[in-house]
Design a protein around this ligand. Structure first.
Ligand code: ARG
Length: 462
């Protein structure tokens, strides 16, 4: 084909430029929208028939042709040709070749501008559900681990310095909590995007009597969009989806960072399955947590996609511009990335082991019981600020002498504060400390069990 046979480009000279053709096409990446494009077209054809813009027979032919095309694409038999630019033109062209005249009527009252906006919304609705299921699987894997370690303790760190004792269960549930927000955030995104732009045409709607509510209902949208000019250009949902993906990546990267550290010889808190480690080409002893590092590293792509999308939208003139075609690169890329990262994290969490004994054995270091001691003093009537000072001085002294707080004699405690009694030694044991946590949502075993119950019910229903 030296001259373009594109029916929609009769106005142009029809000269083909290879470079331009490659540059403008989106078929290489938007073909994954094909199912949505086809169900959208079927709904559109049915509406056209209902409005007597095409005959029932033509509608039937169109539907039959579209179903066949769908099957051909699904089975890999469909011959994609980049000359068609995008999935919309590829399908329409195939339809016309299949059913002739009737096929030429499908695009009545429609533009690729409203068509692609609708396709992407339909795709994203399903994609969000898939991602939510993946998040749920990771939550379940973490919950299972948390159940196993509801009473085992570990140090919590703030500023990467030993802070207070917590249960391993509570630590793990902190990620379940983050992921729950991610899941809800995606749900909110889905709710907002679930409106149908079809019928907005290229920008101004149509002079034909289209019934937009019919197609919207048919496609399961909650409503139609209410301004055709906005409808063809609105990609807020893409930016929002990408933000949600970026947040998921942020959470996964934090989990990955923790676990990479936990796998180090210095920490030795965690052992992950050999399957999720690699070795070194040079150092035979190595067991590297590459999967976790990649989960952390891939965050870069997802953040990049969010910034990429926002940049596409910035100062774009009203209304549809071809710039918007780039939306899919970012949206698909980020969705794929968080999809595999969620699956990888689930696999790792399902097959890892917290080394409870060495963790518990190391709880003596770092004065994890200092805050509990200060609160013990509050219980004896000492103002907290004063208690803080007393304990701070004791910690400094212990550190100098290579002692733990529990090593101090009762006389030494009483010299620091008369109110201290024999019962102080119960306070000082990190395991005891976790059992004394009283506040709702605290990181002790009682609260951990409560949270586990909550999440078991919650995740079971989903
Ligand atoms: N492939 C295009 C996209 O992804 C479809 C819309 C093109 N519309 C147009 N008038 N050129 O945005």
């Amino acid at each position: 084909m030296s001259k373009s046979e594109k029916s929609w480009e009769k106005r142009l000279s029809g000269q083909i430029d290879e470079l331009a053709m490659d540059f403008v096409e989106s078929l290489s990446f938007d073909r994954r929208l094909y199912k949505y494009d086809i169900v959208g077209s079927i709904a559109h054809a049915e509406m056209l028939a209902q409005q007597k813009l095409i005959s029932k027979a033509e509608c039937a032919e169109i539907k039959k042709g579209l179903v066949e095309i769908s099957e051909e694409i699904a089975s890999g038999k469909f011959a994609f040709n980049k000359l068609h630019e995008d999935i919309h033109m590829a399908i329409e062209d195939a339809l016309i070749r299949k059913v002739g005249e009737a096929g030429k009527k499908l695009h009545t009252g429609r533009s690729r501008n409203d068509q692609v906006a609708m396709d992407l919304r339909l795709w994203m609705r399903d994609e969000i559900e898939l991602q939510q299921t993946r998040i749920g699987s990771l939550q379940k894997a973490l919950l299972k681990l948390a159940e196993r370690h509801a009473e085992d303790i570990m140090p919590a760190y703030t500023h990467m310095q030993r802070a207070q004792p917590v249960t391993i269960g509570a630590y793990l549930l902190s990620f379940v909590e983050m992921l729950a927000r991610d899941r809800r955030r995606l749900g909110h995104c889905r709710e907002l995007l679930n409106v149908c732009p079809l019928g907005s045409g290229a920008v101004a709607g149509s002079t034909l009597p289209l019934d937009r509510r019919v197609t919207a209902r048919q496609l399961g949208f909650a409503d139609i969009t209410y301004n055709s000019i906005d409808s063809v250009a609105d990609r807020d949902f893409c930016a929002e989806f990408l933000f949600d993906c970026a947040m998921i990546s942020a959470h996964l990267s934090r989990l990955a960072e923790d676990w990479i550290l936990f796998c180090s010889t210095e920490f030795s808190f965690l052992t992950i399955d050999d399957k999720y480690c690699t070795s070194s080409s040079m150092m035979p002893q190595k067991r590297n947590p590459d999967m976790l590092e990649l989960i952390r590293g891939k965050t870069g792509r997802v953040y990049g996609s969010l910034v990429g999308m926002l940049t596409i939208l910035k100062a774009q003139s009203s209304t549809y511009n071809r710039d918007l075609q780039e939306d899919k690169i970012h949206v698909f890329g980020a969705a794929d990335t968080i999809g595999t990262c969620l699956e990888m994290a689930t696999a790792i969490a399902s097959g890892c082991r917290f080394n409870t004994r060495p963790i518990a054995g190391g709880m003596d270091r770092g004065f994890l019981d200092a805050t509990a001691l200060a609160e013990y003093l509050v219980g004896k009537g000492i103002p907290f600020r004063q208690a803080h000072g007393i304990v701070g001085a004791l910690v400094a002294e212990c550190e100098k002498n290579g002692q733990r707080l529990t090593d101090l004699k009762l006389e030494r405690f009483q010299a620091a504060c008369e109110a201290i009694g024999e019962d102080v030694y119960q306070t000082l044991n990190p395991l005891q400390v976790t059992r004394r946590y009283q506040t709702e949502g605290a990181a002790g075993p009682a609260q951990t069990h409560k949270q586990i119950e909550y999440w078991k019910n919650f995740l079971h229903e989903r």
